[in-house]
Design a protein around this ligand. Structure first.
Ligand code: ATP
Ligand code: SF4
Ligand code: MG
Length: 329
């Protein structure tokens, strides 16, 4: 079966005056079918937004290294000429709701005008049919049609985020990348947005790459989870595997840091700070913060192991002979 999205050995490094920032460093993963959500979870600065930008190939001027392959429904897009990418892929097959997007509405333009802009620019619709399509989408994301004629400051944060999602869907993409779509919202509005995303998965068979620092929110929406640390994926698998049998010490710490409503345990904080990505630690990048690190972890980058079918972990622990882990080809 052709995967909806396959990312192979993707690198995005930035040049800054103190060196090259290894924001995305050899990331590979796949998102199989329509209507599935994959959560990319990690601390601030782990490279999540950079990964989204690399997949969309929306790169800043100071790129030092951009390499790898991105396949959308089998078609490689990382090396397509920019014009073809714009005409065939970006927004049509894959759309991005950027981090903080709800604050990037133009304050002097009505919301609907901004939602229909990609349709008008691409010449796919005239103003009247674009408006009809936008009103359908506003209704789909739970907004009244009158929002079309409102200005952004007349909407609440949750309404703006819904309008942003409608705008991403205007060209009917198969895949939407949502970068921290719930971070700036209070908990009850967060739940409304996650419920909306679950509905869009079902009703439109929309596939979602859900980027967040909050593993609890990701677990509500996502079928699969990938944990990112210092520019690398360190663990991935079905949401159930990652949540109930996490194999990487960092995933275990992330889960232990989630506050619980029931039970006596207090949330545990992850010791130390994320590394400087200009000089990632040698060996395992998590070793300075890992309670289980050995001498080998300090010098040799760990390979990828498969604790159980579908689950992968980048860590030396399985090699110590635990539980019949299988090394990944
Ligand atoms: N254009 C740039 N030039 C130089 N460094 C950059 C640039 N953009 C991002 N970075 C650095 O790349 C690293 C990864 O940043 P990125 O924004 O991808 O992380 P993130 O996981 O999305 O973080 P957050 O959760 O805070 O949004 C960080 O160290 C960041 O400072
Ligand atoms: S490879 Fe070593 S340092 Fe890294 S997470 Fe595993 S045990 Fe910890
Ligand atoms: Mg980010």
């Amino acid at each position: 079966m052709v995967q909806l999205l396959e990312v192979r050995e993707l690198y995005l490094h930035y040049a800054d005056r103190l060196g090259n920032v290894h924001a995305v460093d050899g990331v590979s993963f796949a998102l199989e079918g329509r209507g599935q959500a994959l959560g990319i979870v990690g601390e601030s600065g782990s490279g999540k937004t950079s990964l989204a930008l690399a997949i969309m190939r929306m790169l800043p001027d100071n790129v030092a290294r951009f390499e790898g392959e991105v396949f959308l429904e089998g078609r490689e897009s990382a090396h397509l000429p920019e014009a073809a990418l714009r005409q065939e892929i970006r927004w049509r097959k894959i759309a991005l709701v950027p981090q903080g997007a709800m604050n990037s509405f133009n304050p002097v333009l009505r919301v609907g005008e901004q939602v229909i802009e990609p349709l008008l620019v691409s010449g796919q619709a005239d103003r009247r049919s674009a408006r009809r399509r936008a009103e359908e989408l506003l209704a789909l994301v739970g907004l009244p049609g009158e929002v079309y004629d409102r200005f952004p400051h007349e909407l609440s944060g949750g309404m703006k985020q819904r309008a942003m999602i409608a705008s991403a869907l205007i060209m009917s993409p198969a895949l939407a990348i949502l970068d921290e779509p719930t971070s700036a919202l209070d908990v009850s509005v967060q739940a409304q947005i996650t419920n909306l995303l679950k509905r869009l998965k079902q009703e439109l068979r929309l596939s979602i790459l859900f980027i967040t620092h909050d593993i609890a929110v990701a677990s509500d929406v996502c079928d699969c989870l990938a944990v990112m640390y210092a520019g690398e994926l360190v663990e991935w698998g079905s949401a159930e595997q990652v949540l109930t049998t996490p194999a990487h010490p960092y995933t275990q710490k992330l889960l232990a840091s989630v506050p619980r409503l029931r039970g006596p345990e207090r949330p545990a904080f992850i010791p130390g700070a994320p590394p400087d990505l200009r000089q990632p630690p040698p060996g395992c990048r998590f070793h300075p913060r890992c309670a289980q690190a050995t001498r080998r972890c300090q010098h040799e980058p760990p390979p990828i192991f498969q604790p159980r079918p579908g689950q992968r972990v980048r860590c030396w622990l399985p090699a110590a002979g635990a539980n019949g882990y299988v090394a990944c080809a």
